[in-house]
Design a protein around this ligand. Structure first.
Ligand code: SAM
Ligand code: SF4
Length: 321
């Protein structure tokens, strides 16, 4: 369905857990108190919401978290959502640590693509950024997904003074591997507020100095706001998700659901509608009504450029980045 500004909302990001096996410094650096399991929607409840959302025109689902593969049975959920009438694509965003273990099951259940977060190819820096020594597991996960021909996108967040110089090493992954590398500007959400982003405009300039003029690649690469470029000789493309300067709100097509069943229409604001009570009471009319309300009242745009306007206080891991 269309929101109040005429945008077609056909994409839903669903966080299935607030837990994670990594502690990325801009996302979940400290021990946080987990939401009790009984507050978290069961797979059956998520399936019911997706069935209802599909009647409103949601066609694409991204399963995220926290770390979605840290929740037992994630491939089963993927299979359940793939079977929902009207759902065309189910994809996953993961830190990749458990991917080699689950990739085959995910493929079997029909996963359409995977986004793997990776900010560095240096072991020591990986540990500094994520709090864990797991780079090798992530690289194995990437290889396993590629071998199984699951389309792969790498998501990299660059931080000033930390991994900013690694853009080339990360971009080079798309040189000889059939995957896209996307640079996501750090957003001032949760712990992300404490870090200075590397702006994609600057990065594009550096890339053009290195590789010559980059040609926009207008093929459809996925669900989202990334702008892609092809680099001569590269198998994959380079994408930029520029939340701050390249404000992409005009073409925003998404809503989010947190692991506890809060429907959020925009990352920037703390407004959300809790669907859990209606869901658990079996009141499908109310579930439908809340989804319609969230979509209809989706804000026209985020206000990340004006920090005082950002009302969302939760960390990215509990919202579902
Ligand atoms: N654990 C999974 C992962 O890391 O891909 C899924 C959840 S994680 C919250 C999803 C994405 O959000 C990751 O690519 C992560 O780098 C990104 N992210 C987290 N905090 C962010 C922030 N403040 N700004 C931009 N991206 C952020
Ligand atoms: Fe975990 Fe993903 Fe957040 Fe890192 S970015 S702490 S992997 S949820």
């Amino acid at each position: 369905m269309k929101d109040g500004f005429g945008r077609e909302i056909d994409y839903m990001r669903i966080s299935i857990t607030d837990r994670c096996n990594l502690r990325c410094r801009y996302c979940m650096p400290e021990e946080i108190s987990w939401v009790p399991m009984e507050e978290i929607l069961t797979f059956e409840e998520i399936e019911v919401v997706v069935k209802e959302a599909a009647t409103l025109g949601i066609k694409k689902i991204k399963v995220t978290g926290g770390e979605p593969l840290a929740r037992i049975g994630c491939p089963t959920l993927v299979g359940m959502l793939k079977k929902v009438p009207g759902i065309e694509k189910v994809t996953l965003t993961t830190n990749g640590v458990f991917l080699s273990k689950y990739a085959e099951q995910l493929k079997e259940k029909g996963l359409d693509a995977v986004n793997i977060s990776l900010d560095t190819l240096d072991e020591k820096r990986f540990e500094e950024i994520t709090g864990r020594d797991e780079l090798k597991a992530v690289l194995d996960g990437i290889e396993t997904a590629l071998e199984l021909q699951i389309p792969v996108k790498i998501n990299s967040v660059l931080q000033k003074g930390q991994n900013e110089k690694e853009w080339q090493a990360l971009a080079e992954l798309a040189h000889h591997k059939k995957l896209d590398v996307r640079f996501i500007e750090m957003m001032p959400i949760g712990y992300g507020k404490k870090f200075e982003p590397v702006y994609n405009e600057e990065l594009l300039k550096k890339m053009e100095e290195k590789y010559g003029e980059l040609k926009p690649d207008t093929r459809v690469h996925g669900n989202g706001p990334a702008i892609y470029y092809s680099v001569p000789g590269f198998e994959g493309s380079i994408g930029f998700i520029s939340a701050i300067h390249g404000k992409f709100c005009k073409s925003c097509n998404r809503i989010r659901m947190t692991s506890t069943g809060d429907i959020k229409a925009c990352l920037c604001f703390d407004e959300s509608l809790s669907i859990k009570e209606a869901l658990r009471a079996g009141d499908m009319e109310e579930v439908n009504h809340l989804l319609v309300l969230a979509i209809s009242n989706k804000p026209v745009s985020h206000q990340f450029e004006q920090k005082e306007m950002i009302t969302e206080q939760r960390e990215m891991a509990s919202i579902g980045g």
